[in-house]
Design a protein around this ligand. Structure first.
Ligand code: GLY
Length: 379
């Protein structure tokens, strides 16, 4: 039984619309909340692809819920980490699904963070030309970002997420109780994406986070539920307006990602800098660069940096201890998949706190000079 009444957020995409449910204890109620996707498995095991840690912490809750209505589970384990988003993993997973006899009308369940969600989503996008899937995200980052919106992908030797598809899930169950067992560092990294929604389009939410961020990070149930639901509502609105990132609206979700990508590349896409940490620092840089261009007041740039620093997320490049210069970092940006054929790289910048926009007139030499300045700011 779910411990709280879930909040339902609709992602409106015509015939591909679906609900994202947010609530504490939702996974204990999976058989009820996802009934229409589980019932067709009567007499067959329900396929659940799980991050090994997520299964360790939440597998029993799922098994108990499904067993209460006579369902068994067929588990498929995925090792944590980006290396599981490979061609080899995809091949193994799709072979397993084919061996199980999954049909186009079946749904596969993905339990874990963004790695599992992206891998399962892409496998389901191509399995027999497309079957359904249900996201059971267990990290803050996957609850507020990657499980919603249908971006699915694997990595290749040329870069991250370069092979993939837009394939929407049929349901997302975001159980905030799952975050109780999330390591603090991952919680903070996910929180960067929460702050992002405030910074990009919701000044009131940003101000609320300035006060209530510590409660969210401490997993205070009410604050956490509000932060997760508000973030998902923002993402659902943006995805409904621009599902395939063609109008520029969905691209706003990349706030902090271009600067962040350069820092992730410089640190080898490793545990030295988690994606959310790179986004946090990237948002500070986007704010400071916006101030440098005279579009954001220096006070507002300081406020953005302070909200990030207050959580323990990195807010200055010097904290990363990297030996490089602005030109090297800009070079990483040139390999960003958002780079356009004309040689321009769109940057998400700020006109105010809660007011992001896409700038297409950014001169990369100026960005390099700005980064050189930032590299000199002591930690
Ligand atoms: N994570 C960015 C997006 O879903 O568009």
């Amino acid at each position: 039984m779910a411990l709280t009444q879930p909040t339902a957020i609709r992602v409106e995409l015509g015939g591909r619309s679906y609900n994202v449910l947010v609530g504490r204890g939702l996974l204990d109620d999976t058989v009820v909340q996802a009934r229409e996707f589980i019932e067709p498995f009567a007499g067959r095991p329900v396929p659940i692809v799980a991050d090994v840690n997520a299964r360790k912490f939440h597998g029993e809750r799922l098994a108990t819920s499904l067993a209460s209505e006579g369902h068994e589970i067929s588990w498929y384990d995925v090792e944590p980490g980006e290396s599981s988003k490979s061609w080899e993993s995809l091949e193994r997973l799709t072979d397993w699904l084919l061996d199980l006899g999954i049909t186009r009308s079946d749904h596969v369940f993905a339990l874990g963070g963004g790695v599992v969600g992206d891998l399962v989503g892409f496998a389901c996008a191509i399995l027999k030309r497309g079957c359904g899937f249900v996201q059971l995200p267990t990290t803050l980052l996957s609850q507020v970002d990657s499980s919603v919106g249908g971006k699915t992908a694997i990595n290749t030797r040329s870069g991250k997420n370069l092979i993939g598809a837009f394939h929407q899930p049929s349901l997302v169950l975001a159980d905030t109780q799952a975050l109780d067992t999330l390591p603090d560092r991952e919680m903070r990294a996910g929180y960067a994406e929460v702050l992002k929604y405030g910074l990009l389009g919701d000044a009131e939410f940003f101000a609320w986070l300035e006060t209530n961020g510590p409660d969210v990070l401490a997993r205070s149930p009410d604050a956490l539920a509000r932060a997760v639901a508000t973030s998902i509502e923002a993402k659902a609105r943006i995805v409904a307006e621009d599902e395939r990132e063609t109008s520029g609206r969905r691209a706003l979700l990349n706030l902090g990602h271009t600067f962040g990508h350069a820092l992730e590349a410089e640190t080898g896409f490793s545990d030295r800098l988690l994606h959310g940490e790179a986004v946090a620092l990237g948002m500070v840089l986007a704010a400071r660069y916006s101030a440098r261009r005279g579009q954001l007041s220096p006070d507002d740039a300081d406020r953005a940096a302070a909200a990030i620093a207050a959580t323990g997320l990195p807010s200055q490049i010097a904290q990363l201890d990297i030996q490089s210069d602005g030109a090297t970092l800009v070079d990483h940006m040139r390999h960003d998949k958002k780079m356009e054929a004309a040689g321009t790289l769109p940057f998400l910048l700020l006109k105010g706190l809660g007011d992001a926009y896409m700038a297409r007139d950014v001169d990369l030499a100026d960005v390099a000079a700005f980064l050189d300045e930032q590299l000199k700011v002591p930690a």
